[in-house]
Design a protein. Sequence first.
Length: 97
Amino acid sequence: MKEIYLKHQLTDASIDRIIEMAWEDRTPFEAIEFQFGLTEAEVIQLMKHEMELRNWKKWRARVQGRATKHLALRSEDVMRFKCSRQRQITRNRVSKR
């Protein structure tokens, strides 16, 4: 697990954001990979390490096979990484509207 933190130079703030994005229904794993460089498998490992076991099991049950968490399974109507009400995020920095 430590190698993931070192490889991607994750800060506490970025770990919190990754967990938040992983919980969001409409944010695909590809968006997390684009922004932070973590693969889906690395996100799963991070979530398991950072969360209590019962919460991790709930999260895994929730995202496993969910079409909105995988770009390849999404309908072509969804063309964005984020909710329209979410703040604009650019390469890990939140910009003001």
